[in-house]
Design a protein around this ligand. Structure first.
Ligand code: MRU
Length: 360
């Protein structure tokens, strides 16, 4: 099976999927559907957005893994939930607990949420060796994520109360989480509170999640949004039209170094140079206590075809296509979490947030 193809039935215009976050913010990127056939994971096929809003019902580990690899389902939080269901199907279909764990976590290497999601499913499964317990773990992850996004929104809306023109990168919203989003959760919450908010959404090459997904979901939910290419972002920060930058995270090291979509580091440098606050918004579970700093964060590299996607371009050209980069902690003004804003020195604030047990 290639990375970009998977089976799964197509469902369109699913009204039940288009409600539920409150404040007019709608859509569910991942949702479990019970059924006589044992149930399935319904995802929005994000490869088709914004041209077409289609759902796929997936009921094998291979199909979910292919959906994760091809970015049909994407964003750290959403792939964490999807990974739990992939694990459930893998053990249902005869893989051992270890085989299932290794198979699913290899789907994408950078987001620690995938490891956490699969680990949680494995822990639940381990008690009784019943695959449906791993499904319950997936549903708990979805519920917890939605709640944590809501709290990130509340914390961030206070922290950024004076910022009305906000730049963001990639997609961290409804499509990337099981709730209203992390960085975009802050935007939606500001909007819901009646705060003035206007978003500058970077294009986010190579797969354009900013243009295709963020600009689309913000506009769909009534948030003012201006699109710009990645190369224009430093000039926009220099031009004085942006009050703050806020991004999500795939993995945060113990010292605060933060991996996020490629291009985030450049934004942080430009924000620092221009005296503009640069925030990361993420659940505490995005912090990998096993990673001391950037060197311990694995970075995914993707196929060159994503870079060479213009007509007539020689597809054999060498490319350098990391999916993520790491922003050094010293460029980060604060990490907005459901439990409050972590600030430098991050070694101290992170250790304190986790308490002496190392648990959240
Ligand atoms: O490759 P993607 O689209 O999965 O990358 C997504 C990001 O980089 C997000 O900023 C991150 O996963 C946080 S989503 C809440």
């Amino acid at each position: 099976m290639s990375d970009s193809t998977f089976a799964g039935q197509t469902a369109v215009n699913d009204e039940a999927n288009n409600v539920g976050h409150g404040d007019g913010v709608t859509l569910r990127s991942v949702r479990w559907l019970d059924g006589n056939d044992g149930g399935s994971l319904r995802i929005i096929d994000q490869r088709l957005l914004p041209g077409s809003l289609e759902y796929r019902d997936l009921n094998t580990a291979d199909d979910i893994i292919a959906a994760i690899r091809s970015l049909a389902v994407r964003g750290a939080n959403s792939i964490g939930a999807a990974g739990a269901f992939a694990y459930a199907f893998a053990v249902r279909d005869g893989l051992s607990a270890d085989e299932a764990f290794n198979k699913v976590v290899e789907a994408r290497p950078t987001a620690v949420a995938l490891i956490h999601g699969v680990q949680q499913a494995a822990d639940e499964y381990g008690a009784n060796a019943d695959w449906r317990d791993a499904v319950s773990a997936g549903n708990s992850i979805i519920e917890k994520d939605a709640e944590e996004c809501r709290r990130i929104g509340e914390v961030g809306s206070v922290e950024l109360a004076d910022a009305s023109h906000i730049m963001t990168h990639c997609n961290t919203g409804i499509l990337a989480t099981a709730g209203i989003g992390t960085a975009l959760g802050v935007i939606y919450t500001k909007q819901a509170q009646g705060q003035e908010v206007h978003v500058y959404s970077t294009e986010t090459r190579p797969l354009r999640q900013g243009l295709r997904l963020t600009a689309w979901e913000l506009h769909r939910n009534g948030v003012d949004v201006t699109a710009l290419v990645d190369g224009a972002a430093p000039a926009a920060l220099h031009a004085g039209i942006v009050d703050a930058v806020i991004v999500g995270a795939d993995r945060i090291a113990r010292n605060g170094d933060t991996a996020n979509k490629i291009g985030t580091y450049g934004l942080a440098v430009a924000a620092h140079e221009n005296g503009i606050p640069f925030y990361v918004a993420a659940p505490l579970s995005a912090i990998d206590l096993d990673a001391a700093d950037a060197r311990d964060i694995p970075i995914e590299f993707r196929a060159g075809g994503e870079v060479l996607d213009a007509p007539g371009v020689d597809q054999s050209l060498p490319t350098w296509n990391p999916s993520f980069d790491v922003t050094p902690a010293e460029l980060i003004t604060g990490i907005i979490t459901p439990e409050g804003v972590l600030r430098a020195p991050y070694e101290t604030s992170i250790a304190k947030a986790f308490g002496s047990s190392g648990q959240t």
